[in-house]
Design a protein around this ligand. Structure first.
Ligand code: UDP
Length: 238
């Protein structure tokens, strides 16, 4: 399936299942893959920062994370019909890893957060093997790369915020030959550790997570202004 273009940014029109199937094939072929979440805020940032655009476009899968991407696809008569969120994609990849017997590694967030996320996920997903983890505030990068290699993890989740995590992945991919899937997961460890609550099911079902977050954290309005700005640009560029 061809990727769709939104203001020069590529987005994959794949569902969770399609990505997992494709990842499986790529792992069998020994290929490394990267997953990046795309939302209106990132597309707007990419418009003024060529590096961000490059980091997104060179990824293997650009998942449509956010209702804004679905509306944009409808406006452009594209094929993206459902959201593929970063946090749920991570969950699906973890289940896949557990089923296939692949080890996973978590890098990022505060020590307690990443440790709690590991413990809770191992309790929740049968056969999940978290081969190692490291907080996002570790200094010795060489030791970190060695630790990941020694863990023999095949999937690596990096939570340093954007675009730092994507830059880290690009820089370190060649040094981590055993890792076949890299995903930048932003605040997902905070969610899986229970530190940050996801929006209740009602808001998720109707694509209103932005409203829930706005009510909890009104200062997000600045970030969220990217959504109307993005849709307006899509309309003008149609
Ligand atoms: N973080 C980190 N090291 C840093 C800065 C941030 O590990 O030097 C972590 C932070 O603890 C949090 C995550 O990166 O868990 C960033 O989450 P945020 O929600 O800001 O990411 P976004 O998806 O919004 O980019």
């Amino acid at each position: 399936m061809d990727k769709e273009q939104y203001l020069g940014v590529s987005v994959s029109p794949y569902t969770y299942d399609e990505i997992i199937d494709d990842v499986k094939v790529r792992i069998a072929e020994g290929l490394q893959s990267t997953v990046i979440a795309v939302n209106p805020e990132k597309v707007i940032t990419a418009g003024r920062d060529p590096l961000v655009k490059e980091l997104i476009n060179e990824s293997t899968y650009q998942i449509p994370d956010g209702i804004g991407m679905i509306i944009a696809s409808k406006l452009k008569k594209g094929d993206i019909r459902e959201r593929v969120t970063g946090v749920d994609m991570m969950g699906r990849l973890l289940e896949f890893a557990a089923q296939e017997g692949h080890g996973v590694f978590f890098y990022g967030a505060k020590e307690e957060v990443v440790r709690t996320a590991k413990e809770k996920l191992e309790a929740k997903i049968p056969n999940l093997h978290v081969a190692g983890y490291e907080s996002g505030y570790v200094q010795d990068q060489e030791a970190l790369v060695q630790k990941i290699n020694e863990s023999k993890a095949a999937l690596l989740f990096v939570a340093l915020g954007s675009p730092r995590q994507e830059l880290w992945i690009r820089e370190n991919m060649p040094k981590l030959p055993h890792v076949k899937v890299f995903q930048g997961v932003g605040g997902s460890f905070d969610v899986y550790s229970g530190k940050v609550k996801r929006a209740p099911a009602f808001y998720r079902k109707f694509g209103l997570e932005w409203l829930y977050r706005l009510m909890k954290e009104p200062k997000r309005i600045k970030r969220q202004m990217a959504l109307p700005k993005f849709l307006l640009k899509i309309l003008v560029n149609k």
